[in-house]
Design a protein around this ligand. Structure first.
Ligand code: RB5
Length: 146
C-alpha cells in the first residue's frame, strides 16, 4: 500500500508523527510537503496529494491542517477525490466502507496524536463495501462530470 501525505504548517507536527508511525509499520509513504513550519497555504498541498491519488500513483492519501476542513475542501475539488475529515474512528472506517473515501483529513488542532494514529490505522484497514453504496458513490461521480 502506497500512501501520499501532505499538510500545511498547522498540520506539520501531526503529519510527521503519522509518517513515522506508518514507516514503522512498513507502509510505503511519500510526503508532498509542506516541509517547514513557515506559514503556507493548505490548498497547495491538498492539490499535490489529491492529484497523485486521483491519478492512482498512490492508493490513499492523508492530509493534515489545523482543522482538517480547509485541506479536505480543497482536495475534494479534484475529480475522483473523496476526502473525509475524521475526528473519530467510526467515521474513519465508515468513510471507507460507505463512501469509498480515498483521502482522510485530520486537524492537528482538533485531535491528539494518539487518537489521530488510531483514526489513520482504522481508515487504512477498512475497505469499500460496494453493494448499495456503490450506486451512491457513482452518483457523486456523476455530479463531478456535470
Ligand atoms: C491555518 O491557520 C488554518 O487556517 C488551516 O490549517 C486550516 O485549519 C484551514 O482549514
Amino acid at each position: 500500500m502506497k500512501i501520499a501525505l501532505g499538510s500545511d504548517h498547522a498540520g506539520l507536527s501531526l503529519k510527521i508523527i503519522i509518517m513515522k508511525h506508518l514507516e514503522e509499520k512498513g507502509i510505503e509513504i511519500k510526503d508532498f510537503g509542506t516541509y517547514t513550519s513557515d506559514s503556507c497555504d493548505y490548498p497547495d498541498y491538498a492539490y499535490k496529494v489529491a492529484k497523485e491519488v486521483a491519478e492512482k500513483n498512490f492508493d490513499l492519501g492523508v492530509l493534515v491542517c489545523g482543522t482538517g476542513i480547509g485541506i479536505s475542501i480543497a482536495a475534494n475539488k479534484v475529480k475522483g477525490i473523496r476526502a473525509a475529515v475524521c475526528s473519530d474512528t467510526f467515521s474513519a472506517h465508515a468513510c471507507r466502507e460507505h463512501n469509498n473515501a480515498n483521502i482522510i483529513a485530520l486537524g492537528e488542532r482538533i485531535v491528539g496524536p494518539g487518537l489521530a494514529l488510531d483514526i489513520v490505522d482504522t481508515f487504512l484497514n477498512a475497505s469499500f463495501e460496494g453493494g448499495r453504496h456503490e450506486k451512491r458513490v457513482n452518483k457523486i461521480m456523476e455530479i463531478e462530470s456535470k
